[in-house]
Write a protein that binds this ligand. Sequence first.
Ligand SMILES: Nc1ncnc2c1ncn2[C@@H]1O[C@H](COP(=O)(O)OP(=O)(O)OP(=O)(O)O)[C@@H](O)[C@H]1O
Length: 311
Amino acid sequence: MIEINRLVKRYGEKTAVDGLDFTVRPGVVTGFLGPNGAGKSTTMRMIVGLDEPSAGSVTVNGRRYATHRAPLQEVGALLEAKSIHPGRSAFHHLNALALTHGIPRRRVDEVIEQAGLSQVARKRAGAFSLGMGQRLGIAAALLGDPQTVILDEPVNGLDPEGVLWIRNLLTGLAADGRTVFVSSHLMSEMALTATNLVVVGRGKLLADTTVERFIQDAGGHSVKVVTADPARLRDLLRGPDVEITAGESAEELQVVGLDARQIGATAFDHGVPLYELTPQTVSLEEAFMGMTGDAVEYHGSLAATPLGSAA
Ligand SMILES: Nc1ncnc2c1ncn2[C@@H]1O[C@H](COP(=O)(O)OP(=O)(O)OP(=O)(O)O)[C@@H](O)[C@H]1O
């Protein structure tokens, strides 16, 4: 469990983390999202004591990271990939870490196997690809068999097989009852991996919720209907909790509050021809863009996709 209380980090004039309050619970994967510069890495660094808070506090499993007697066994973190001597092999890197932290040698072999590094464990880490370096960083994070795992952009540089491996790894760790806190810019992957979400923008908390709720709040589910008689169908579908808006063409309606089956049955009962009936869900990416649009520090030249503009 990670508990963050009114956490603040200032670098001179810049407030990187501005009064964050949230708890990351065990047993589920919690995604940590925010635009570039939102303060995610700074928050993660404070969790593991690499940065001192300017105000507020953060505890892991009830204590400040620095006060744990065996921190690697308590918290495993991947914060910067490839922070390893290029001349050392993966095996030597992990073995040295294990030796200095009282971790049994068999854990080294276990995490090498778990991270899929068996074939390259004796090779110089300097020759590793980005993805292999990332796997090595994750192996190091898991070395102490920690109760809490914190990973900053773990899928960075991984190929599709690696991305799938991370997904299974994280959900497996959570299913074991561990606390798993992971940042990523890959929304589609987060939607598949995380159950809970913490969203930040400009150092402030924007949402502390579940993925499902986050998507629901952003517009949730709607149905695209294309019909020969939109005016009549509108009248037929009208109801207290039903919202109907015009679609992109004159024949199209967007319906919120009824599912495709209810709409199809009503249209059939009244002889209104339908040409298309498509359930649509706001993606996590769209929900994220909708929420963080104002909190983006570094805008590119492309405008944010408006909510609900894609399936
Ligand atoms: N050591 C530092 N000195 C000064 N400013 C810093 C320092 N570290 C971070 N910042 C600033 O604090 C803000 C938050 O940065 P941080 O790296 O935590 O964001 P982030 O959400 O992890 O971003 P990204 O998604 O790009 O990794 C940024 O504006 C950054 O420039």
